[in-house]
Design a protein around this ligand. Structure first.
Ligand code: AMP
Length: 417
């Protein structure tokens, strides 16, 4: 079946068209016909698309809202412009899979969308006020344009982490606050962590219950997950995606007393401090230059910029601390898996993270490490490493498409990767 995968943000929309079904999944033979994005929805939008085996194309069009953007994608997919042999009319798109950021404690796996699910996603708006409304708009737009009969599936960023034990998800706040407001660690990037854990298992030819790894999603946003017996038992992002590792513009962990102290010193509101922590901190805040790891590495290499070096060191040090913590939390692991733009592409950052972990038996193989970039996957540690290291490019859209196919086929998604 041809599945349209939508990831709707407030002014951007990413999409892919993927052919998959239960047979194709079992043969790992899914096909991706097209991937693309629409930015600056609300004005003259910029559309980027790439058909399988072709170069990237760019164009612009006035698209006033999410509905107009989804309409544009459907029309284009069916048009002679796209020239897709598999999609000639809207009826050739058989289901839609949506990335939904927050599923709260309601959604523990992907679900076919009905009225009750819509209400559940709405109920989680309080927890993700920027993201869930945009995701909902995408679902409602697709429903209007395709008709209510077309199956739509919601795949939640938080769902994979719903297996965290209480000790890992509770904050040590007065317990009634958890009961009243559901303040707890939810964790994010769940689809990515789940996908790389699944690929790791395939690469190593092992069962889900035997999967004991630490996954590191290192992109603009960064998070770590401790995966024991195939389940997420701890993760670094928390109630919001601000907690945990140092990120492009987010601070990650810090003493909460800083918020009020800083607000008083700088004359800022709590909201303004939160914005500072989300948008002006992390790699950007420390370096004073950029949130882009590639540029920071260039700056450190070419100009030996002290603060660029410091930002990279801090970034890697925080990750190393989490690896140590998770190894303790999960009674040891078999591998550390790198993914995300930085994790997949920077041998240098991977080397810095792993430096000093030799005592654990983690030894990177310099040649293997250097070779794993640009979407290549494989092991990067030496054969005799006690703790292995892998690079596995993430593919959240593929997992969304596959979950959609499974939900449509009525397969239970509980505890599945
Ligand atoms: P993502 O959010 O997964 O797209 O990742 C974005 C981050 O990956 C940015 O900080 C990029 O600078 C970084 N990145 C992409 N390619 C490379 C590379 N070759 N070396 C270092 N960082 C990279």
């Amino acid at each position: 079946m041809n599945i349209l995968v939508l990831n709707c943000g407030s002014a951007t929309l990413k999409f892919q068209l993927i052919a998959t079904d239960l047979d194709l999944i079992s043969q790992n033979a899914d096909r991706r016909f097209v991937r693309g994005s629409i930015e600056r929805i609300g004005g003259e939008a910029i559309i980027t698309s790439q058909l399988e085996g072709h170069a990237v194309q760019r164009s612009t069009a006035p698209l006033r809202d999410t509905r107009a953007a989804v309409d544009f994608i459907i029309r284009w997919l069916c048009s002679p412009d796209a020239n897709l042999a598999e999609v000639r009319a809207i009826a050739d798109i058989h289901a839609v899979g949506h990335r939904v950021v927050h599923g709260g404690e309601f959604f523990k796996h992907s679900v076919l969308i009905d009225e009750e699910v819509l209400r559940g996603i709405e109920d989680c708006i309080d927890l993700a006020p920027l993201h869930n409304p945009a995701n909902l708009k995408g679902i409602l737009a697709a429903r209007e344009l395709f008709g209510v009969g077309l199956p739509q599936v919601a795949v939640f960023d938080t769902a994979f982490h719903q297996t965290l034990p209480e000790t890992a998800y509770l904050y040590a706040l007065p317990y009634p606050l958890y009961r009243r407001y559901r303040i707890r660690r939810y964790g994010f990037h769940g689809t990515s962590h789940r996908y790389v854990a699944y690929r790791y298992r395939q690469l190593c030819n092992m069962e889900r219950v035997a999967t004991n790894i630490i996954t590191l999603h290192l992109g603009n946003g960064c998070s770590a997950a401790a995966i024991r017996a195939g389940n997420s038992i701890d993760t670094s992002m928390g109630f919001t995606p601000l907690e945990g590792l140092v990120m492009g513009t987010r601070s990650g962990d810090l003493d909460p007393a800083i918020v009020d102290w800083l607000a008083a010193k700088e004359g800022l509101s709590a909201r303004e401090v939160e914005t500072l922590l989300n948008k002006q901190s992390g790699l950007l805040g420390i370096s004073g230059l950029t949130n882009d790891m590639r540029d920071l590495l260039d700056e450190a290499r070419e100009n030996n910029d002290r603060r660029a070096r410091l930002a990279i060191e801090l970034f890697c040090y925080r990750i190393r601390k989490y690896i140590g913590a998770y190894l303790a939390a999960m009674n040891g692991a078999d591998a550390v898996v790198f993914t995300g733009g930085i994790g997949e592409n920077s041998p240098e950052v991977r080397t810095t993270i792993c430096a000093g972990l030799e005592w654990l038996g983690l030894h990177l193989d310099a040649e293997r490490n250097a070779a794993q970039t640009n979407g290549r996957e494989g092991v990067i540690s030496t054969t005799d490493s006690h703790l292995a290291a892998y690079v596995i490019p993430t593919d959240e859209e593929l997992l969304i498409a596959r979950d959609t196919a499974r939900c449509v086929a009525g397969v239970s998604l509980e505890r599945r990767s």
